[in-house]
Design a protein. Structure first.
Length: 375
């Protein structure tokens, strides 16, 4: 498995770049220009715009990069795993960071009086249980339900022994997403949480990642190239819609080209890191550091928004504004992500792995006994 990971060193770098985009976006643009949002509420004090704030309007595009990466990585992982192994790997990947960081976000909500203690406890329990509907302790948790929907679809295929149809299923996911976004050109408000969870809105990104893996692992076919093109076409409709939706919330100009250029550039880098050995060879000397950056991505994503906004607000009340406190809070967010990824997560993951194995063994014994009793 370690050798397989080295083939995709660029993915770890891309993950961190996407998380950095989202982090800077929330700490510069969102907390300032969306005063009714949760991050602005925990900041208490209005956060003045910095020199770079107006230019980070597109940073949310990191999430769409995450979805493409997820399509690639999950396709890669599922091809080598049983249903039980896949379920275990996803549980160990998702749960520890949430169980560590969600309580910290809850503390920030209570101490800043953004929510009452009772309300905070309720949404904390929802967040810890991965409840797919808002509110959560941090708005960034909205993506977790979508990721879990994708994992659940793959898990069903694995447990049913139908992974040979995975390409067909992902073709359907991508095509449905494209049809939805074409139809949205004539609809006033296509956004819908149920559509998100059904992979209708963001299925084009997962499909793109999946077909990039299929091309790299199983070869080029005309249909795979067509699906890559159609997935990109759907993305070119989804991204402008997202720009428009966020512009309505923040009063920003809503420039379309920057997020498209950034997304396209990062996807191009992903393709190069997957298909061109020279790219991975050039990254090889930094493989250990890149792996750590990849591991830091998820806790950085979960921990930067509410916690970072609370810190920015506290510094603003002390008279510290501008780029310096922003850099300090971003560095603290990265430091917390490192501690979670390198120290805390592995310990919780070890316990969770043992618990999962014990539960699996117990289920196997009970099923065997039931079968024996029936005979």
């Amino acid at each position: 498995m370690a050798s397989d990971r080295k083939q995709y060193l660029g993915i770890d770098l891309l993950r961190f770049a996407a998380a950095a985009l989202v982090t800077v976006y929330h700490l510069t643009f969102w907390v300032t220009y969306f005063p009714t949002g949760m991050s602005a509420k925990v900041a208490i004090t209005p956060i003045p715009a910095t020199l770079i704030s107006p230019y980070m309007e597109f940073g949310w595009i990191g999430v769409q990069i995450f979805f493409v990466i997820s399509g690639f990585v999950i396709a890669f992982s599922a091809a080598q795993a049983s249903a039980s192994q896949f379920l275990k790997s996803r549980l160990l990947r998702l749960a520890p960071a949430v169980w560590i960081l969600a309580p910290l976000s809850a503390v920030a909500l209570v101490t800043t009086h953004a929510l009452s203690t009772k309300a905070t406890v309720a949404i904390l329990l929802k967040s810890l249980a991965f409840f797919p509907f808002s509110p959560w302790v941090d708005s960034v948790y909205w993506t977790l339900g979508i990721e879990i929907s994708f994992y659940a679809m793959v898990f069903v295929l694995l447990i049913a022994g139908l992974m040979r149809f995975f390409e067909h299923v992902m073709s359907a996911v991508g095509l449905i997403s494209l049809i939805y976004w074409i139809a949205s050109l004539w609809l006033n408000e296509p956004h819908n949480r149920l559509f998100e969870l059904a992979l209708i809105e963001h299925g084009c990104f997962f499909a793109l990642g999946t077909f990039l893996w299929l091309v790299s692992a199983r070869g080029v076919t005309n249909w795979r190239l067509v699906m890559i093109g159609l997935s990109i076409a759907a993305a070119m409709i989804e991204i402008p819609y997202e720009v428009h939706e966020r512009a309505l919330k923040t009063g920003s100009p809503g420039h379309i080209l920057p997020p498209i250029i950034v997304w396209g550039s990062l996807v191009a880098f992903m393709v190069a890191s997957i298909l061109l050995p020279a790219v991975n060879k050039s990254l090889a000397p930094w493989s250990v550091a890149l792996r750590k950056l990849g591991l830091m991505t998820y806790p950085l994503y979960l921990g930067h928004n509410v916690l970072g906004a609370a810190l920015l607000g506290g510094l603003a009340r002390l008279g510290f504004t501008g780029l310096l406190p922003l850099v300090g809070v971003a560095a603290l967010s990265a430091g917390l992500a490192y501690i979670v990824a390198v120290i805390l997560e592995p310990r919780l993951r070890t316990w969770l792995s043992r618990t999962f194995d014990a539960a699996t063994d117990l289920v196997t014994i009970l099923v065997a006994r039931k079968g024996a009793a029936q005979h």
